[in-house]
Design a protein. Structure first.
Length: 317
């Protein structure tokens, strides 16, 4: 998760980036990222809302991811700018305390929501392909409750942020810092919390998603459509399933490719305690790559789904 792996004070980071060109380049990259993400994800939400034929389980979960990506995009830019350009936390008092917690709490909640949505999409595809004649494992009617559950679970597991993150003086500057032992006692370990979070919302979902899509792949390869009146109808159905599966797998791969470098970087920082200026530069770059996932997801939908492309054309025209 982004804030667990980061040094929350902006003091050290801003001093490491003394070259104006580096700061401008990173700022410009994040500006482009935010614009593409906000535009693309907003289009995705509007298209699904306006097109009744697209109100299906997989699209509802894609919209859920779009909402979480929008939230990340809107919070991300001011946080990065503050880290690059400011030596101290900008706002004090109760408002500053609240912002200190929320600007790190909400993006990580959003990431957890996206991971859960990817799992639910995989489960839905598994039911549709492997058991095509049974009632769907995840129906459209259940989606609102499942989407609400993803946000509740994500907020619950990240609730320690709200207690452990606090504004405090650090080398004469106001900074947003972790106070884990003060919040939960010396017997509680932030390392164990991070490890549990990584396993529960990193390793396990990836393994589960991989297993489900492998089963789906072999099922599609060997499947003959029983009960279809015509071979052509069965082939058309399987082709639709393959197209949806391609889009779903592309979204998962996009998420993995974007987040893997940052996860490795965060593990190195957390396990070895490295936070030199050169490592901070690498950290910022991998974080940028991770956050590009917010902009990549809508692009994947438009590339792999004719329905989304047609919806975009209708919306623009």
């Amino acid at each position: 998760m982004t804030s667990l792996n980061a040094t929350v004070t902006g003091t050290q980071t801003s001093r490491c980036f003394n070259v104006t060109a580096q700061k401008i380049a990173i700022t410009f990259a994040y500006c482009v990222l935010v614009v593409v993400s906000v535009t693309g994800n907003t289009f995705i939400e509007i298209i699904v809302y306006k097109t009744k034929t697209m109100r299906k389980a997989i699209n509802f979960f894609i919209v859920n991811m779009a909402m979480s990506d929008l939230l990340v995009s809107l919070i991300l830019f001011p946080r990065v700018v503050m880290r690059l350009y400011l030596d101290s936390w900008l706002i004090g008092g109760p408002l500053g305390q609240a912002l200190c917690k929320l600007v790190y709490f909400l993006p990580d909640v959003s990431t957890a929501v996206s991971i859960q949505s990817l799992v639910l999409i995989a489960v839905g595809r598994f039911g549709a392909v492997v058991y095509p004649l049974r009632p769907p494992l995840i129906s459209s009617k259940r989606c609102p409750f499942l989407i609400l559950a993803t946000w509740i679970v994500a907020m619950a597991i990240h609730s320690p942020y709200l207690f452990a993150l606090k504004l405090a003086e650090n080398n004469g500057n106001l900074a947003c810092l972790w106070h884990w032992e003060k919040a939960f006692g010396e017997t509680s370990s932030m390392e164990n919390y991070y490890l549990s979070l990584s396993v529960a919302f990193g390793f396990m979902p990836v393994v589960l998603i991989a297993i489900l899509y492998i089963i789906i792949f072999f099922s599609l390869k060997s499947q003959r459509s029983p009960g279809e009146q015509s071979v052509n109808v069965g082939q058309q159905r399987q082709q639709r399933e393959r197209n949806v599966l391609k889009m779903a797998i592309a979204i998962v791969l996009g998420f993995a490719v974007c987040w893997l470098p940052f996860a490795i970087c965060g593990f190195i920082k957390f396990a070895l305690g490295i936070w030199s200026c050169s490592f901070q530069y690498f950290f910022i770059v991998t974080q940028l790559i991770a956050q590009t996932n917010c902009a990549i997801n809508p692009c994947i939908c438009f590339i792999f789904s004719r329905n989304y492309r047609e919806g975009l054309k209708t919306l623009v025209s």
